[in-house]
Design a protein around this ligand. Structure first.
Ligand code: GLV
Ligand code: MG
Length: 322
C-alpha cells in the first residue's frame, strides 16, 4: 500500500462551468481537486464545461495535487463524450476519473474499457488513470462488493450522501447532518461502514461525501472527525473555507504519527536482526497487525507534512526500547 498511497484528506469540488473557480482552485490546499462535469453543471453548460476542464488541466500549476474529473454517469448521453474529450485532450494531467451514481459493476467495466481504448489511441500508459466510484443509491450500496472488485483501475469508493438520501427516502434536506426525528445515533452509519468494508476488502481508499452547509464549520468538523475515526481517508469539500477543517480531521496527530514511525522501525529491526515476530515497544506488544496499522498512519502523516522528532533506539538488552 505504501508506495501508492496518495493523500485524499480533502477532495475539492470545482464546477467545470466556471473558469474563475477553476483558476482559483489551483492555489488552494486541498489534497485532491475534482473538476466537475456532473451535478454542479447545468445541462445547457455541459459542452462548454468540457472545454474549460481541458484548458484547466493542460494549463498546469496544480502543485502536485491529485487531479480528477467527475464525468456524468454511465447512463447519460454526456458520459462517453466527457471521458473521450477530456482524456484524449488532457489525459496526461489527470490522475483519476470520478464516476458518479454507480449502480453495478458494469458501469466501472464500461469506463475501464473506454479508458483502455483511448490509451491505445493516444499511446499513453495503459491503466494509469484510476477510477473513484461514487456509491450513492440503494442499488449501488447493495452491489458495493461487486463494484469494488470491478477493475484494477479502482482507487477509491466515495459515499454520495445527497443522492443516497433521496434514493432511500430519508426525510431530511440537511445533507450529511443527522435527520430530525431519527432516534438512532448516526443515520449514515450503515452506508458508511458498508462502503468502508468493501473498499478495504479490495485495497481501496474510502472517501466521505460533502457537507453542503458551508456556514456550519462546527457541524463539518464533527462529521469529518466521526468518519475519520471510523477509518475513512478523507471527505469532499465544496468551499475553500472547508479545506483546513477537513485536512485537520483526517491528519493523524503528531503523537500517533511518531508512534507509527517507531512501530515500523522497531518491527523492521527485530524481525530482520533478531528474527522475532512479536516484540515489546515500550509497554505495548507489536506484531504484523500493528505494522499494517502503522503503515497507514505513517503514510497519512508523511502526506500531511508531519515530521519525526524521535528516533528508534534498540534497547541494549534486546527488548525493544521506545
Ligand atoms: C454527491 O454526489 C452526493 O450526491 O452527495
Ligand atoms: Mg451525487
Amino acid at each position: 500500500m505504501l508506495p501508492e498511497y496518495r493523500s485524499r484528506r480533502s477532495c475539492l469540488a470545482v464546477p467545470g462551468s466556471s473558469p474563475r473557480f477553476l483558476d482559483k482552485a489551483r492555489g488552494l490546499p486541498a489534497d485532491e481537486v475534482f473538476l466537475d462535469l456532473e451535478d454542479a453543471v447545468a445541462p445547457a453548460a455541459k459542452d462548454a464545461a468540457r472545454g474549460n476542464v481541458v484548458a484547466a488541466l493542460n494549463g498546469g500549476g496544480w502543485g502536485g495535487k491529485l487531479m480528477a474529473v467527475r464525468v456524468n454517469d454511465a447512463t447519460t448521453r454526456w458520459a462517453y463524450r466527457d471521458v473521450a474529450e477530456v482524456v484524449t485532450a488532457a489525459g496526461r494531467g489527470l490522475d483519476v476519473i470520478v464516476l458518479p451514481k454507480v449502480t453495478g459493476p458494469g458501469h466501472v467495466t464500461w469506463l475501464d474499457l473506454l479508458l483502455g481504448q483511448i490509451e491505445q489511441g493516444t499511446g499513453d500508459e495503459a491503466g494509469r488513470i484510476g477510477i473513484e466510484a461514487q456509491i450513492e443509491d440503494a442499488r449501488g450500496l447493495a452491489g458495493v462488493d461487486e463494484i469494488a472488485a470491478a477493475s484494477p483501475r479502482l482507487r477509491a469508493l466515495v459515499f454520495g450522501p445527497a443522492d443516497f438520501m433521496a434514493s432511500i427516502g430519508m426525510r431530511s434536506q440537511r445533507v450529511g447532518a443527522q435527520p430530525a426525528g431519527y432516534v438512532g445515533s448516526d443515520a449514515y452509519h450503515y452506508p458508511l461502514l458498508r462502503i468502508l468494508v468493501a473498499a478495504r476488502a479490495h485495497g481501496l481508499a474510502a472517501i466521505d461525501g460533502p457537507y453542503p452547509a458551508i456556514g456550519d464549520l462546527g457541524g463539518l468538523a464533527e462529521a469529518a472527525a466521526s468518519t475519520a475515526a471510523l477509518g475513512y481517508d478523507g471527505k469532499w469539500v465544496l468551499h475553500p473555507t472547508q479545506i483546513d477543517v477537513v485536512n485537520r480531521a483526517f491528519s493523524p496527530s503528531q503523537d500517533d504519527y511518531e508512534r507509527a514511525e517507531l512501530v515500523l522501525d522497531a518491527y523492521r529491526y527485530y524481525t530482520t536482526e533478531h528474527h522475532r515476530g512479536a516484540v515489546m515497544l515500550g509497554d505495548e506488544m507489536i506484531d504484523e497487525a500493528s505494522r499494517k496499522l502503522a503503515l497507514v498512519t505513517a503514510a497519512q502523516g508523511r502526506a500531511a507534512g508531519l515530521r519525526r522528532t524521535q528516533r528508534f533506539e534498540p534497547a541494549p538488552d534486546g527488548s525493544a526500547g521506545a
